[in-house]
Design a protein around this ligand. Structure first.
Ligand SMILES: [Zn+2]
Length: 70
């Protein structure tokens, strides 16, 4: 499976947050589907509209991600 990368630093590891501010690590497939890194967890209650990069300060929508590193 191939994953979308950060438009700023080029890595494929992101997290999303819930209302409590808890974070969960995700990746985004080329089909723009958000998938959990740890499959034993659940995305319930997490805001999938804003992704945060684990490698830099970038955050934004999954539609802003790229297929390839810059
Ligand atoms: Zn980044």
């Amino acid at each position: 499976m191939r994953f979308m990368v950060c438009p700023q630093c080029g890595i494929a590891n992101f997290y999303v947050k819930n209302k409590k501010g808890e974070r969960i690590n995700v990746k985004v497939t080329w089909d723009i589907e958000i998938v959990l890194v740890d499959k034993s967890k659940s995305l319930a209650g997490f805001n999938l509209d804003e992704l945060f990069c684990l490698g830099c300060s970038w955050h934004g929508k999954k539609s802003e991600l790229r297929k390839y590193c810059i």
